[in-house]
Design a protein around this ligand. Structure first.
Ligand SMILES: C[S@@+](CC[C@H](N)C(=O)[O-])C[C@H]1O[C@@H](n2cnc3c(N)ncnc32)[C@H](O)[C@@H]1O
Length: 273
């Protein structure tokens, strides 16, 4: 199978459109509430994508703070630059979660939403996250487990083939289930875990799952080993289910809030001079 490239301009624009859906807007409020950014803080958004979260961060930290987006895809950086124009406290750095272009302890907090699931070297990425946070700094991580997907189909075997091919868009489509252990291994204290469900019980233009059909179809046609007709027939079936009042989509995302511990200075041995 051909390896998926970084987000090109077309793919970045599709993601940008889906992220304008009401489900994604609500999700951003949930995630930002968990991070609770304060005026004047320095916060890094790793894998900042089209820049919606970055803009919210910039507004929250204000001109006395700093919001830094780190992103490998040029097309995403361009979208984020446009979205955050006028916020001098927002800057973008081209870079990768496995080698974050930032100094040790540079940030009070970090946010990484729907990014680590794309990263092959998760241990290296969590090491980098810890490095760029100050002692006591916090991080919010948010990822999908695609096994939580419930998507009605009249031909479940065909839907299964398509969604299996779609799994290849991620390095780990099931990251949340192992993330607690990985965070502890990387030296973080876990403070909160939560689930965030997306529910689309109707086939509705502008909804999250409607937009995702427009992302999954071209991806599976290009990178999967399935006939184009089969992929298109699946999408047509979803529309039919909508007309028949039988459409149903639900997917879970998982939130992790963790902290880089403050290393206490070792107690001085009283016998030591
Ligand atoms: C689904 S988008 C999420 C964007 C943004 N975090 C949000 O929630 O709006 C995934 C983003 O992760 C970026 N990405 C993929 N692999 C990455 C890596 N190894 N390091 C940093 N970012 C990466 C992609 O380029 C893309 O912009």
């Amino acid at each position: 199978m051909e390896q998926p490239p970084r987000f090109d301009e077309k793919a970045a624009r599709r993601v940008e459109a889906v992220y304008a859906s009401k489900e994604e807007v609500r999700q951003r409020a949930f995630v930002m509430d968990a991070l609770a950014p304060l005026t004047g803080e320095r916060i890094v958004d790793i894998g900042s994508g089209p820049g919606y979260v970055l803009r919210d961060l910039g507004e929250a930290v204000g001109p006395s703070g700093g919001a830094v987006g780190v992103e490998p895809a040029g097309a995403m950086i361009a979208l984020a630059r446009r979205r955050c124009a006028g916020l001098a406290q927002v800057t973008l750095r081209e870079g990768n979660a496995e080698a974050v272009p930032a100094g040790d302890g540079e940030f009070d907090a970090a946010i990484v939403t729907q990014v680590y699931e794309y990263v092959p070297g998760i241990a290296a990425a969590l090491g980098e996250l810890r490095r760029v946070l100050r002692p006591g700094g916090r991080a919010v991580i948010f990822d999908t487990d695609w096994d939580s997907l419930v998507w009605n189909a009249r031909d479940p075997a065909r839907a299964g083939r398509i969604l299996k091919a779609w799994d290849a868009h991620l390095a780990d489509p099931h990251l949340p289930r192992t993330l607690s252990a990985r965070l502890r291994e990387a030296g973080f204290e876990i403070q909160r875990r939560d689930v965030y469900p997306i529910l689309n019980p109707e086939y509705e233009p502008g909804s999250y799952s409607f937009g995702m059909i427009g992302i999954i179809v071209p991806f599976v046609i290009r990178f999967g080993d399935l006939p184009k007709e089969e992929v298109k027939a699946w999408a047509a079936e979803l529309e039919e289910l909508g007309r028949a009042g039988e459409y149903f989509f639900s997917l879970n995302r998982y939130l992790f809030v963790c902290k880089k511990p403050v290393c206490k200075k070792p107690e001085k041995n009283p016998e030591e001079k």
